[in-house]
Design a protein around this ligand. Sequence first.
Ligand code: GAP
Length: 445
Amino acid sequence: MEELTSYAKRRGFVFQASEIYGGLGGFWDLGPYGAELADNIKASWWKEFVYKNANVVGVNTTIIQNPKLWKASGHIDTFVDPMVDCKECKHRFRADHVAGIDTNDLKKLDEKLKETACPNCGARHSFTPARTFQMMFKTYVGPIEDDANVSYLRPETAGGIFAQYENVRETTRKKLPFGIAQIGKAFRNEITPGDFIFRLRELTQMELEFFTKPKEAAKQYEFWKDYCMQWLLSLGLNKENLRFHDHADDERAHYAEASVDVQYNYPFGFKELYGIANRTDYDLSAHAKQSGKDLTYFDEETGERFMPYVIEPSVGVERLLMAVMLDAYDEEEVNGEKRVVMRFAPHIAPVKVAVLPLSKKPELSKLSQKVFSEIAGEYNVEYDETQSIGKRYRRQDEIGTPYCVTVDFDSLNDDSVTVRERDSMKQERIKISELKSYLSAKLFV
Ligand code: GAP
């Protein structure tokens, strides 16, 4: 993890937020390549989940909502994590992590903690009783900081979707089954953020709430479970590093009847990457009760009225970005030298093409800039004329650029350039007039 963290910084993928002030636990910024990679992942998700499904539409709801929404959803009362302190060294921990059991049951945790040594100082019988901690960030809306004006930064993007369910259904005239998708920030005051960008306090979620007839919920759950796995594989993730993990009763969120994680094999073991849950009619029923609005659905075919069930696939962009980086990282020996190469799938690579004049001679720069202008605009293209061509190839390999275009002295006479493919390092001579369509075909197959 240390190697990945320092690599991600050195190559401009991820920086500690407010680093010049010593950082802030659980907050990370995306640098130029990280931001591109994240945007490409988000674009791929949106295409796959929204554009490819005629019955899915997207929304963009606010981070701060009426706090009644979080009361209804159960987050005010139950979105809590158990924590303990070591009385010896004063370190604070997630009680379930130290105890090594996946539960929020305080009694069970206390029992287990009696036999557990403090991971920081090794003291025994030193833990305080486990207690719960509210994970939503609190804020005040308006100038007066009193209880009447308390609100929260959303802990999941789903809340806004449920609150707009009826507006979306009416305006789009959708019939069940249909889905509402959203990509946006979520905030969780995690007790122990860490493992680089695995557990954050500010994260980005890509969530689909798929509304279905209750009797079709189990079938839809299986469908979306498989759909998520296929999409992860399409990003280039290695099948062997992915597996399903079904949740036991005490692992499930307060709203879920069934849930499964797609886990990724991180350096610290298989851990949750993607969560898929059957949220039943929990949310719509709770919002109907709290708001007094009828959110039931009338099925014209059967004449029945009922509350729809919801299947929810949800994934964090940063956690996925980390998995994608870990999976893409490769080292090999070429002519006796180590080559580091990020084998990103071309459609998500942060830089798609680098234009590299063989030398800084004005006539080459002029033609190279013309080549750059011809292909730039639709995807991220870099222009680099510093250092030797070998070093520039290595630099592009290290950020995972699938194609390098070299403009050399022959280009001045034959109107052609050399295109080098990242993985095979094979080179091909291509006419400048055909370069744009050649690259598009390779990049977006
Ligand atoms: N709406 C359902 C929901 O939020 P979750 O399992 O708590 O469910 C869904 O979160 C996904 O969001 C996780 O699978 C993970 O990818 C990401 N995620 C959750 N908490 C995170 C955190 N603190 N840091 C980074 N990603 C997180």
